[in-house]
Design a protein around this ligand. Structure first.
Ligand code: HEC
Ligand code: HEC
Length: 369
C-alpha cells in the first residue's frame, strides 16, 4: 500500500503538467481555426459559369473539358477589320467604290431575273450570300487578302490570275452566269471596292481572319445520310426542304439563297469542294454563327456538306481546270488523279491520307528538281 501511495504522489505533478499542456494545445488550435476563418477568403464561384455559348473541342464535341480549354485559351488575335466607310469621303474613287459595294450586296438587282443591267445574267444570288457582310466578315469568306495577294498563280487555271479573272470566276461558277467585260463600270466598281477593302494590308500578306478558318479532318468519310438529318433540323427552316431557297415577298432577290437546284452554285464553284463548304458553314451557319460562336460540331459541318453537295446542281464544263493533275486539291471531286485515290474518296474523304500522299509527292518532286 505504501508503495502505491508513493507512486501516486510521484504521478500527480506529471499528470497535471500534461493536462496543462493539452489545454494550451487545444487553445492554440481554437485560435488558429478562428484566424483561418477570418482571413482565408471563401472559394470563388466557378469561373466556368462565365461562358455563355458552348465551344466544341478539337473533335467538334461540346464537352465540359472543351469549355475549360476554351476559357484558358483566351483569343488575343488581332483580327482584320474593314476600313471605316467614312474615310471614303475624301477618296476620289468614292462613287465607284460605293457602286462596287452595292453590286456585291444587291447583285440580284443588277444581274438577276429582271436585272437593271442584264436580265438573267446570273442565278439570282448575291455575292454577299457567300462573301458575308459585303465581304468584310471575319472568316466569312471576306476580301481582305485579295488586293494583297493578286495577281497570283492559280493551279486551277494553271495561269497567273488578276482580280478581274477571279471575280469573273465567281460570276461563272458561284453565280452560274456570264463573265463581265473587264472594262465595264460594274467590273471596275467591284474591283475598286475589293481593293479599297484591302488597302491597309501589306503586299503578299494575309491578315488574320481572311478567307475561311481551318477545320480539322474527320477520320472517316463525310456521311450524307447523317447530313440529311442535320439539314432538316438546322438548315431547312430557311433554305427550304427542296434546297431551292426562298424569295422575298416582292419576288425580287432571295431572302434565303438556294443551296442546290437550277439556281444554286454550279459544280465548278468553290463551295462544291467539301472543305470550303464545311469551313464556310461551320463558322457562319445557321445564320448568326461566327468563328467565335460556332453552332455546329465539326462532324455536323462535314456531314451536312456531304448532303448538300450530293444534290443536283448546274454543271460547268471544267475540262480545262487543273491542267496539271498532280496539283488538284485533295477534295477536287473530279478525276483523273495522280495520287491513286478514287473520285469517291476525293469527294467525301477520308481526306487525311490523300493530303499526306499529295504532300509526299510534292517533296519527291522537289528533291528531283
Ligand atoms: C455560292 C457562293 C459564292 C458566291 C455567290 C460568290 N462567291 Fe466568290 N468565292 C466563293 C468561294 C467559296 C471562294 C473561295 C474559293 C477557293 O478558295 O477555292 C470565293 C472566292 C472569291 C474571290 C477570291 C478571294 C481570295 O481571297 O482569293 C473573289 C475576289 C470573289 N470570290 C469575288 C466574288 C464576287 C465579286 C462575287 C459576286 C459576283 C462572288 N464572289 C460570288 C464563293 C462565292
Ligand atoms: C435563319 C436562317 C438560316 C439558317 C437556319 C441557315 N441559313 Fe444558310 N444562309 C442564310 C442566309 C440569309 C444566307 C445568305 C447570307 C447573306 O446574304 O448575308 C445563307 C447562306 C448560306 C450559304 C451560301 C449561299 C448559298 O446559297 O450557297 C450556304 C452554303 C448556307 N447558307 C448553308 C447553310 C447550312 C448548311 C445550314 C444548316 C447547317 C444553314 N445554311 C442554315 C440563312 C440561313
Amino acid at each position: 500500500m505504501e508503495e502505491e501511495s508513493i507512486s501516486d504522489n510521484h504521478l500527480t505533478p506529471v499528470v497535471s503538467k500534461l493536462i496543462n499542456c493539452i489545454i494550451v494545445l487545444v487553445l492554440l488550435v481554437v485560435v488558429l481555426v478562428v484566424i483561418l476563418l477570418i482571413y482565408v477568403p471563401a472559394p470563388k464561384e466557378d469561373v466556368d459559369t462565365k461562358i455563355e455559348s458552348p465551344v466544341p473541342d478539337k473533335n467538334g464535341n461540346f464537352t465540359e473539358v472543351a469549355k475549360k480549354a476554351a476559357l484558358a485559351e483566351k483569343d488575343t488575335n488581332n483580327y482584320w477589320s474593314a476600313p471605316d466607310i467614312t474615310s471614303l469621303d475624301h477618296d476620289k474613287n468614292k462613287d465607284l467604290i460605293l457602286y462596287g459595294k452595292d453590286l456585291i450586296v444587291h447583285t440580284y438587282d443588277y444581274f438577276g431575273e429582271n436585272g437593271k443591267l442584264f436580265k438573267n445574267n446570273t442565278n439570282g444570288m448575291n455575292c454577299q450570300n457567300c462573301h458575308l457582310e459585303a465581304g468584310t466578315k471575319v472568316f466569312g469568306n471576306n476580301y481582305s487578302a485579295v488586293a494583297s495577294t493578286y495577281p497570283k498563280f492559280r493551279a486551277r487555271s494553271g495561269a497567273i490570275e488578276n482580280i478581274y479573272k477571279r471575280v469573273n470566276d465567281c460570276f461563272e461558277r458561284s453565280l452560274n452566269g456570264k463573265a463581265l467585260d473587264t472594262t465595264s463600270k460594274e467590273m471596275q466598281g467591284i474591283v475598286a471596292y475589293i481593293k479599297w477593302l484591302g488597302k491597309d494590308v501589306k503586299k503578299g500578306e494575309k491578315p488574320i481572319g481572311s478567307g475561311f478558318k481551318d477545320l480539322v479532318f474527320l477520320d472517316r468519310a463525310a456521311d450524307s445520310e447523317k447530313g440529311k438529318t442535320i439539314y432538316s433540323e438546322k438548315c431547312q427552316s430557311c433554305h427550304q426542304a427542296d434546297g431551292l431557297g426562298l424569295m422575298n415577298a416582292e419576288k425580287a432577290a432571295y431572302t434565303y439563297p438556294p443551296l442546290w437546284g437550277k439556281n444554286g452554285y454550279n459544280d465548278g464553284a468553290g463551295l462544291y469542294r467539301m472543305s470550303n463548304f464545311a469551313k464556310y458553314v461551320k463558322y457562319n451557319m445557321p445564320l448568326g454563327a461566327s468563328h467565335n460562336n460556332p453552332q455546329l460540331s465539326d462532324e455536323e459541318a462535314w456531314d451536312v456538306a456531304a448532303f448538300v453537295n450530293s444534290q443536283t446542281r448546274p454543271k460547268k464544263d471544267i475540262k480545262k481546270d487543273w491542267p496539271k493533275i498532280e496539283e488538284k486539291p485533295f477534295d477536287h471531286p473530279f478525276g483523273p488523279y495522280a495520287d491513286g485515290f478514287d473520285e469517291k474518296q476525293h469527294k467525301y474523304g477520308p481526306f487525311k491520307p490523300i493530303k499526306e500522299k499529295l504532300e509526299a509527292m510534292k517533296k519527291v518532286k522537289k528533291t528531283k528538281v
